[in-house]
Design a protein around this ligand. Structure first.
Ligand SMILES: O=C(O)CCC(=O)C(=O)O
Ligand SMILES: [Fe+2]
Length: 352
């Protein structure tokens, strides 16, 4: 079994019946895996290639330039550069008594699990609450303008189209989800995984990214051809590799925590991790090659209440999640990544 690839073109070009069919198929896939992949979604291959080229340039800037725009490790939304070892996704979720991954409510999680990745997180210009520290124009001329003004914009449009399709597929009135995304506080992340030895992976303490769920409504994920991304297979609790097809426009869509709250668990989040690609899984002395990915975390407005919609709360399905604001949930989740683990402030070095 694999994560299917759905042709999204009917969303823009199809008639009402075709749009409904597409929306129904999307929601069916989300119910199975919490995830799907799309093609023909409107963002062009050239645009995505250009984003990878910028990402490659970004990670080549000097350590002192990266330090000057470092993310502050607190519970606020992430902004700027995060070095290898900064974010500990293993702290975000844990398995509940029913065997399901849940949002972690306490500090009772392993303290010695490392993620081996570096990333840069940004949002739109003019975010009054959490502005992005950008690299200087002198070191990366044109990076800020294009990544913020063009690429973020296109990804935000696609995320809203997908959420509109989810509204249709769930029979929700138009705007139920997209209506609380008006301030465009979505975050974009470019991410680099440095080379990593399979010997390090075998310790069980180190992964490219430990199992977790994301925090927003949905995540869009572009991955290069390296592979290694896996989602939890709900049928047997194992892992399902999301093997890249090599088509640059292929984009993964992952249900995230805010949509789980809003639908009272009707849609469940995709638990995902990043480990060795299939070809290197059993290699004793292999080295995972460098890997690049790009994620758009599509978010609800910070003041929006994200407790379950009345449509999903019934006598059989009582309210499971509190009526937090999107920012309250976000702060709680980001705080888990950092607060419980201030000693992780030391960068991890020499991983290959
Ligand atoms: O890079 C990937 O494939 C996944 C990244 C991820 O899960 C994240 O940044 O939340
Ligand atoms: Fe993730």
């Amino acid at each position: 079994m694999s994560v299917p690839i759905i042709d999204f073109s009917a969303f823009r070009n199809g008639n009402e019946v075709e749009r409904r069919e597409l929306a129904g198929r999307l929601v069916d896939e989300f119910k199975k895996h919490g995830a799907t992949r799309l093609m023909n979604h409107g963002i062009k291959g050239d645009t995505i290639q250009k984003a990878y080229q910028w990402s490659d340039q970004f990670f080549k800037i000097s350590d002192s330039e990266k330090e000057a725009i470092a993310n502050i490790r607190d519970a606020n939304p992430q902004r700027g550069y995060s070095y290898v070892g900064s974010e500990a996704t293993s702290k975000a979720n844990k398995r509940g008594e029913d065997g399901e991954f849940q949002i972690c409510e306490d500090d009772d999680v392993a303290q010695d699990l490392e993620d081996v990745k570096e990333h840069f997180d940004y949002t739109r210009d003019g975010d009054p609450d959490f502005p992005t520290p950008w690299p200087s124009e002198a070191s990366l001329p044109g990076f800020h303008d294009w990544m913020e003004g063009v690429f973020l914009d296109e990804c935000q449009t696609l995320a809203r189209d997908i959420l509109t399709a989810i509204e249709i597929g769930l029979d929700l009135p138009k705007g139920t989800l997209t209506g609380c995304m008006e301030s465009h506080v979505d975050e974009l992340r470019i991410q680099r995984y440095p080379p990593l030895s399979t010997e390090k992976l075998r310790t069980g303490k180190i992964k490219r990214c430990h199992p977790h769920t994301d925090f927003g409504f949905i995540t869009l994920l572009f991955q290069d051809i390296t592979g290694g991304l896996e989602i939890e297979d709900r049928a047997d609790g194992g892992w399902l590799p999301v093997v890249p097809t090599g088509e640059p426009t292929e984009v993964g869509v992952y249900i995230s925590d805010t949509l789980v709250y809003k639908t009272n668990g009707h849609l469940k989040a995709a638990v995902h991790q990043v480990t060795a690609p299939i070809s290197l899984k059993d290699k004793e002395d292999g080295v995972l090659p460098e890997r690049y990915t790009i994620a758009l975390f599509a978010k609800a407005d910070r003041h929006a209440h994200i407790g379950p919609l009345p449509q999903f709360v019934t006598a059989e399905t009582p309210q499971r999640f509190p009526n937090l604001t999107a920012l309250e949930l976000h702060n709680k989740r980001v705080g888990q990544l950092y607060d419980a683990r201030p000693e992780a402030a030391t960068p991890v070095v020499s991983l290959a």
